[in-house]
Design a binder for this molecule. Structure first.
Ligand code: SF4
Ligand code: SF4
Length: 208
């Protein structure tokens, strides 16, 4: 009889059932969700490929490979950048220790919690998936450093946007092809250097 009393009381209480996924409730502001790799205000990446986040991770969920920036292909203001960056969400326990270890505030966590999927591979997030989107004033990496700036300037927050005229560099290390007009320019330059190169096509037919 006592048991029925509990049932009757519960019938008149406010329902706590959540209608997820039709209705999604906002999380607490500091909820630990999916990670994000942040950018400087001009679009260069904050990650320097130091691997401290990977060493701090208790679940061995992060894989990082750093590489050197060059003036022709620059991803971050300093010497190094994160060439490969992966987080395995099958292992991650969303503890946030990696965020604490990061010396450049490159790595933070968002409030996104929908991290289920049907395959293992799709839960290993790559750098391209983790890298923050572009905001106003940003140019996608790789591109040149702000003129006159150095990495200290960037970390003091003195670079507020990409310098006027900043253009994205061609990422040779990722196998991106040069734009078509660059191909045309190279072909024209090679014809100038070797005027006989196209003699057969031009139909001049004059041979010694
Ligand atoms: S949140 Fe914790 S478990 Fe997940 S990657 Fe960072 S350190 Fe590893
Ligand atoms: S996210 Fe931070 S700690 Fe991890 S490799 Fe990049 S700079 Fe280093």
């Amino acid at each position: 009889m006592g048991g029925f009393g509990v049932t009757f009381k519960a019938m008149f209480k406010k329902r706590l059932t959540e209608q997820y996924p039709e209705e999604k409730k906002p999380t607490a502001p500091r909820f630990h969700g999916r990670h994000q790799l942040n950018r400087h205000p001009d679009g260069l990446e904050k990650c320097i490929g130091c691997e401290l986040c990977a060493w701090a991770c208790p679940a061995d969920a992060i894989y990082v490979e750093g590489a050197d920036n060059t003036e022709e292909e620059r991803y971050s203001p300093g010497e190094r950048y994160g060439r490969v960056y992966q987080i395995n969400y099958l292992r991650c326990i969303l503890c946030g220790l990696c965020v604490e270890a990061c010396p450049t505030r490159a790595l933070t966590m968002t409030n996104e919690y929908e991290l289920a999927d049907r395959t293992r591979a799709s839960l290993i997030f790559t750098k391209e998936e983790l890298l923050a989107g572009l905001q106003d004033g940003m140019v996608d990496s790789p591109h040149a450093i702000y003129p006159g700036a150095d990495e200290q300037t960037y970390y003091r927050g003195e670079v507020k946007a990409a310098a006027p005229g900043t253009e994205r560099q061609v990422a040779r290390s990722k196998g991106e092809q040069p734009p078509a007009d660059e191909d045309d320019a190279l072909a024209a330059a090679s014809r100038l250097r070797d005027p006989n190169g196209d003699a057969g096509d031009s139909g001049s037919g004059v041979r010694a």
